[in-house]
Design a protein around this ligand. Structure first.
Ligand code: FAD
Length: 426
């Protein structure tokens, strides 16, 4: 079969890799200059390794992506970095049951109750009955109002903004159930890993067209016609089947034949964009070696602060200290149109409460913005998930909206890519 894949994120790459190994002819079209999608990286000229535009790591139980790395002999590093929370203007390590039991901002009874609820979620593989409850009402009644309001409510609000009250308990379960204290990272970064995967795909006979945006696709006479804009001309290519891995809203834009009822159901799926401001610093930002800081403060302008060089060695980045200032935001938020300096000005007073002198060692900064980054998972989401088979014959959808109950992640992108490849083969 002659198969087109739209998008060279990890879903598209994994689907392409699986199909090419099964002897199909596969062409991947990617609008960006490099593969990797949301996990794409870049490299400053002084650096040895590539760095993700948005912070990325794997959990040690991310078996689909780790097994893919193993199959192409790609080296993966495993480390246990420090994960902390910012509560009442203090930083506390909170990444193990014993750390939860020692957490000084709550009474012993409150800590015990919260740990019991987290323990139940961590060890129960059963998530389906949880999806009809929302996290914002169930968690305070289960773990107690104070622990919820101190830690989990600010996290939900900072992550989902106006949608925080809608988020399902199944989404929360997935975050607790899957988390591992040790984390994994592909040597030289996710871009280098995506490039190695692409190389292996090409060696097996696959074709990847970068800087190639699909304008539209039409399903006709048991074939799929894919249209690419080339300067002022439109080039058309015919395939037996096509896999679309772009966000659902973009699928609606490129597939005009989709029936209105299907358009309406995809139109109901909500998502947020992501903005990461990366600071290159001459000195560490966190003096206690924290890698990941979840900001439990509803008024903070930042959701998470991630010091990448407290996970990977700074020697790969010219001995610079790399700091991500991360946020999920609605696509109409002013940060999407602001410069790096304007965004940093908004963050600066908060950052100074943690490290008053960080700015004196600032080497450079870059902001990266992704409009479709985090699906919002409301109650009973299983009834809303689009299927991989679309109403258009021979056109399949495999994207970030379909990895439920899991939260988005490259591991699930790989799993989904392999699943859609299997569906096509059958
Ligand atoms: C801030 C942030 C932090 C994250 N942290 C982690 C993490 O720590 N660990 C982890 O595993 N995952 C993480 N993720 C999630 C992970 O990056 C995604 O779940 C995963 O990369 C999704 O892959 P995908 O292939 O499904 O989609 P995408 O990566 O979105 O790929 C879709 C591709 O389609 C291309 N495209 C779009 N329109 C067109 C068109 N018309 N023509 C051609 N190409 C097109 C896009 O350029 C893109 O490359 C994070 C994501 C964000 C935003």
């Amino acid at each position: 079969m002659n198969i087109a894949i739209i998008g060279a994120g990890f879903t598209g790459l994994a689907a392409g890799f699986a199909l090419i190994q099964n002897g199909h002819s596969v062409t991947i079209f990617e609008k960006d200059i490099a593969p990797g999608g949301l996990a794409i990286g870049y490299k400053e000229k002084e650096w040895e390794w590539t760095l993700e535009k948005h912070y990325h790591h794997w959990f040690t139980n991310d078996n689909s992506v780790l097994s893919l790395a193993e199959r192409i002999n790609y080296p993966v590093l495993i480390k246990r970095p420090k994960t902390s929370v910012y509560v009442n203007r203090h930083i506390y390590q909170l990444d193990s049951p014993s750390a939860v039991l020692r957490f000084p901002e709550l009474s012993f009874g409150q800590r015990l109750r919260m740990s019991t609820v987290l323990g139940l979620l961590k060890f129960s593989p059963i998530w389906k009955p949880l999806e009809r409850f929302n996290a914002a009402t169930t968690l305070p009644s289960a773990m107690g109002k104070k622990p919820y309001e101190m830690i989990w409510e600010p996290l939900l609000i900072n992550k989902f903004g106006a949608f925080a009250d809608d988020v399902s308990l199944a989404w929360f379960w997935a975050r607790i159930y899957k988390r591992t204290p040790s984390l994994a990272y592909p040597e030289q970064g996710f871009l280098a890993f995506a490039s190695a995967l692409t190389e292996s795909f090409s060696t097996h006979g696959g074709t990847l067209h970068l800087k190639t945006e699909i304008e539209s696709l039409l399903s006709e006479k048991a074939k799929v016609e894919v249209a690419i804009k080339k300067g002022k001309k439109t080039e058309k290519h015919i395939f037996d089947k096509a896999i679309v891995t772009v966000p659902s809203a973009l699928f609606l834009n490129i597939a005009p034949q989709l029936p209105s009822s299907y358009q309406a159901s995809l139109g109901k799926l909500k998502s947020l964009g992501a903005i990461n401001l990366i600071l290159r610093l001459g000195k560490p930002f966190f003096t206690d070696n924290t890698y990941w800081l979840s900001v439990c403060d509803k008024k903070s302008p930042i959701m998470a602060i991630v010091e990448h060089t407290h996970f990977m060695d700074k020697k790969y980045y010219n001995n610079e200290h790399i700091l991500y200032l991360g946020n999920y935001l609605p696509r109409d938020h002013t940060f999407f149109t602001q410069t790096e300096e304007e965004i940093l000005n908004a963050y600066d007073p908060f950052l100074k409460t943690i490290n008053p002198t960080y700015k004196t060692t600032l080497i450079g900064m870059k902001a990266f913005k992704a409009p479709f980054a985090q699906p919002v998972i409301p109650v009973n989401y299983s009834r809303m998930i689009p299927g991989m088979q679309t109403p258009l014959p021979n056109v399949f959808l495999a994207n970030i909206d379909q990895v439920y109950p899991w939260d988005r992640g490259t591991n699930y992108a790989v799993e989904l890519g392999e699943k859609v490849a299997q569906l096509i083969r059958n």
